[in-house]
Design a protein around this ligand. Structure first.
Ligand code: ADP
Length: 399
């Protein structure tokens, strides 16, 4: 069975074609600048080769999907003979609100429920819906499945997801913590149980997904009980360009001082804050580390703030669950940045979490237990695979 996984952004699209008989990726790729009037690049990887079509004009998502299918079925670089070989398509959808606690087969009714959730994720859900509409237009007979970033977190108890504001905000407008990166937290926590030879039900796990966007999740007995992102992905850890937790009173204070509109403030908190805002250097942790090594104090401060906050949430979630058996590091930073991992767990020996710092230094992007043999809390690097979670759910639901 072959499953095509689509991750559609407002002006980008990433895809992977899986052979689900062995869960291998047969081909993958992505394109950018969709609908932005030329200058697009379509990168396509198959048979161990990377191909790039440049300077394309991709007017919309439908054209983008058609280009994907053209590549996949191409006589020279393609991997399938016709699009009929694609048995199902899985779509990543950012926000499922309270309507979707698990993945679903996409019907017209499901699409209209997704449309009703646009308010909750105005930047992301419309793009995901465009991707779905484009696929439906080009492949009308292929079953489609929606997999939501929020779904895994729907098991949180109310005490974790209700904010300390009037309850009517939840009743009237569904203002609550939803959490994101759900497919990633689900994948790495299940993999963690496999690595440790335990059932998910037996484990208390703190999962740290540290990438461009970062979130920590508390996973007790296989179910998410708390997470750092909230109504939107702005809450929690300070991130590449997002502020994470701040005193909400800062918003009014700075809007007055800088004479900003609410939209400008929104961009300030989402795009100009986080480690970029603190360091003035950038949002990429490789650039931050290089600058800090050269003595840039603000770059070092940004790293300190980030790792201090990761540590704080690990401690908070250990308390929330009454103990922790494993701490997972995943995503771009978690998998690759040994410095961030080391600083985030230094001082947690009192919890029973002891890192093998020498081993940790050598691990980049490879599944490894980086705690010492006598550490009662396992610290594990696990490369995430959100696309595989989407492909698995798509396979299950389109049978
Ligand atoms: P996304 O949220 O876009 O999927 P990723 O999980 O791919 O993001 O994480 C991207 C981030 O990971 C980069 O911005 C960078 O900060 C960090 N990163 C990637 N590779 C490395 C590395 N080798 N060392 C340190 N940080 C890295």
């Amino acid at each position: 069975m072959k499953v095509l996984v689509i991750n559609a952004g407002s002006s980008s699209m990433k895809y992977q074609l899986f052979d689900m008989d062995n869960e291998q990726v047969i081909a993958k790729g992505g394109m950018d600048r969709i609908g932005l009037g030329g200058g697009s690049e379509h990168k396509y990887v198959a048979n161990g080769e990377t191909y790039k079509d440049t300077d394309l004009d991709i007017p919309n998502h439908e054209d983008a999907i058609q280009r994907v299918l053209n590549k996949l079925t191409d006589a020279t670089v393609g991997v399938i003979k016709s699009m009929d070989e694609i048995d199902a398509v899985g779509h990543r959808v950012v926000h499922g609100g309270e309507k979707f606690a698990c993945s679903v087969k996409i019907t017209d009714e499901v699409v209209s429920v997704m449309e009703s959730l646009i308010d909750l994720a105005p930047l992301h859900n419309p793009a995901n819906l465009q991707g779905i509409a484009a696929c439906k237009a080009v492949m009308p007979n292929t079953p489609m499945v929606g997999v939501f970033d929020t779904a895994f977190h729907q098991t949180m108890p109310a005490r974790s997801y209700i904010y300390g504001i009037p309850y009517e905000a939840y009743e009237d407008h569904q203002v609550r913590r939803y959490g994101f990166h759900g497919s990633s937290h689900k994948f790495v926590s299940q993999r963690c149980a496999e690595i440790l030879g335990k059932k998910p039900e037996e484990l208390n796990i703190v999962s740290c997904h540290l990438g461009n966007g970062s979130s920590v999740a508390a996973i007790q007995g296989g179910k998410c009980v708390d997470t750092t992102m909230g109504l939107t992905p702005l809450e929690g850890l300070p991130m590449g360009t997002r502020c994470g937790n701040i005193d909400p009173a800062i918003i009014r204070f700075l809007m007055n001082k800088y004479n900003m509109t609410i939209d400008e403030m929104d961009a300030y908190l989402n795009k100009k804050s986080g480690v970029l805002g603190v360091s003035g250097v950038g949002s990429d942790f490789r650039d931050l580390s290089a600058a800090a090594e050269q003595g840039n104090m603000r770059a070092q401060l940004a790293l300190d703030i980030f790792t201090y906050n990761v540590k704080k949430f690990i401690g908070a979630y250990a308390a929330a669950m009454g103990g922790v058996d494993a701490i997972i590091f995943t995503a771009g930073i978690g998998e690759n940045d040994d410095y961030v991992r080391a600083e985030s767990v230094k001082g947690l020996e009192f919890l029973g979490a002891k890192m093998n710092f020498d081993l940790n230094k050598t691990i980049h992007g490879k599944e490894t237990i980086v705690s010492t043999d006598d550490s009662s809390v396992k610290i594990i690097v696990i490369p995430t695979n959100e696309e595989l979670v989407i492909a698995r759910d798509t396979k299950e639901l389109s049978k």
